[in-house]
Design a protein around this ligand. Structure first.
Ligand code: HEM
Ligand SMILES: *[C@@H]1O[C@H](CO)[C@@H](O)[C@H](O)[C@H]1NC(C)=O
Ligand SMILES: *[C@@H]1O[C@H](CO)[C@@H](O)[C@H](O)[C@H]1NC(C)=O
Ligand SMILES: *[C@@H]1O[C@H](CO)[C@@H](O)[C@H](O)[C@H]1NC(C)=O
Ligand SMILES: *[C@@H]1O[C@H](CO)[C@@H](O)[C@H](O)[C@H]1NC(C)=O
Ligand SMILES: *[C@@H]1O[C@H](CO)[C@@H](O)[C@H](O)[C@H]1NC(C)=O
Ligand SMILES: *[C@@H]1O[C@H](CO)[C@@H](O)[C@H](O)[C@H]1NC(C)=O
Ligand SMILES: *[C@@H]1O[C@H](CO)[C@@H](O)[C@H](O)[C@H]1NC(C)=O
Length: 317
């Protein structure tokens, strides 16, 4: 009897611990309150990606840059105002992060089918998943229940988002600071199989570093002069910039990483073996990436009575 009670108490504790780990998010939160949420967001993302394939990449990055600053709370979406110094003009975001208008469009469609129910932060998480799927990548179950912040944190955006000059140990510690493992970091970096970067983000790597294929460096230099042209774009994956695949990792093995930070993942260091695994096994990469996106989406959500469901993603209610 005593033993049975002990066991029951233990099981109850384990369930409590599990719900803590899940951060109170739930895949079924909107099942009855907004049953058409998924189809609405998916159609809007597919339409945006059909208009411009790169938008899929931009929406994935938007979720990353939201989650790394005060958690996944839609804080990146807030415009500057008298009361708010927004994250949009922080160094890593200014003239770089895009997709705000697509989120506005989706939000207004979602408000149209179920007003005041779905947070902007959840819409960003869902749009990121649908973007990956639209470009040929894996799918996963998105958890819901992140409420929207009342404010933004520009200082946090400047300090917590990893710059493209990061070393491997820097990347590991910045992800670790958000509760993400090195394995998650290496899998999530595979998002650089889609999208574009500006010359200013990789100039030093293509001109001044030796761990880069010289033919590749020369071809990228053609559109990224030694001085000027800071905003000129190059694909992060030179092979298939609008397809979500393993080419990011094969590029690293061929010393064709665009950013210094990319090539750090295959530079005779501790990340090499995981990069090699992914370059040889899309199934493993896809399932690790999906799991890591769920982990990233769980970073410090506002739940319960914290935060709010914004009406307009750009301003607190
Ligand atoms: C590991 C550390 C990371 C660093 C240092 C990094 C850095 C960068 C930089 C510098 C750019 C180009 C920005 C520009 O020049 O305008 C970029 C683009 C991008 N990043 Fe990352 N990133 C990292 C991780 C991630 C993660 C975790 C994701 C998503 C899961 C992600 C998704 C993207 C995407 C999709 C783009 C292209 C966006 C577009 O074309 O609009 N990155 N990243
Ligand atoms: C959901 O969408 C379907 C078809 O797109 C529509 O028939 C249905 O009425 C919608 N349900 C709600 C609750 O909006
Ligand atoms: C700024 O905050 C004050 C005090 O909370 C509030 O009255 C005002 O409406 C806010 N202004 C904006 C633009 O949000
Ligand atoms: C953001 O970019 C704009 C346009 O290039 C520039 O004028 C502004 O100074 C930048 N903002 C910050 C905070 O650096
Ligand atoms: C902003 O982000 C920094 C770095 O993560 C953090 O230390 C600080 O507490 C945050 N500020 C607010 C007001 O959330
Ligand atoms: C490359 O290195 C040289 C010598 O240190 C420096 O003067 C130059 O500014 C660097 N160029 C770039 C693009 O990093
Ligand atoms: C660099 O890449 C080119 C073209 O992909 C390849 O032919 C060449 O062998 C590579 N060079 C080195 C040194 O690996
Ligand atoms: C890795 O080590 C090998 C053998 O020592 C060396 O030939 C190669 O240049 C190194 N590669 C990098 C990226 O440092």
């Amino acid at each position: 009897m005593m033993r049975a009670r002990c066991l029951l108490a233990r099981i109850a504790l384990i369930f409590l611990a599990l719900s803590e780990v899940e951060g109170q998010l739930s895949s079924t939160l909107y099942d009855t309150t907004c049953p058409n949420l998924s189809s609405t967001v998916q159609a809007a993302v597919n339409s945006a990606v059909a208009t411009e394939a790169r938008m899929g990449a931009s929406l994935v990055r938007l979720h990353f840059h939201d989650c790394f600053v005060n958690g996944c709370d839609g804080s990146i979406l807030l415009d500057d105002s008298t009361n708010i110094t927004g994250e949009k003009t922080a160094g890593p975001n200014n003239n770089s992060v895009r997709g705000y208008d697509v989120i506005d469009t989706i939000k207004s469609q979602v408000e149209g089918i179920c007003s005041g129910v779905v947070s902007c932060a959840d819409i960003v998480a869902l749009a990121a998943r649908d973007s990956v799927v639209a470009l040929g990548g894996p799918s996963w179950t998105v958890l819901f229940g992140r409420r929207d912040s009342l404010t933004a944190n520009q200082t946090g955006a400047n300090s917590d988002l990893p710059p493209p000059t990061s070393s491997l140990s820097n990347l590991i510690s910045r992800f670790s600071a958000k509760g993400l493992s090195t394995q998650d970091m290496i899998a999530l970096s595979g998002a650089h199989t889609i999208g574009q970067a500006r010359c200013t983000s990789f100039r030093t790597h293509i001109y001044n570093e030796t761990n880069i294929n010289s033919t590749y460096a020369t071809s990228v230099q053609a559109n990224c002069p030694f001085s000027g042209g800071d905003d000129n774009l190059s694909p992060l994956d030179v092979q298939t910039p609008t397809t979500f695949d393993i080419d990011y990792y094969t590029n690293l093995i061929n010393q064709q990483g665009l950013l210094h930070s990319d090539q750090e993942l295959f530079n005779n260091g501790s990340a090499d073996s995981q990069v090699t695994t992914y370059a040889n096994d899309q199934t493993t990469f896809f399932s690790d990436f999906a799991a890591a996106m769920v982990n990233m989406g769980n970073i410090s959500p506002l739940t319960g009575t914290s935060g709010e469901i914004r009406t307009n993603c750009r301003v607190p209610n």
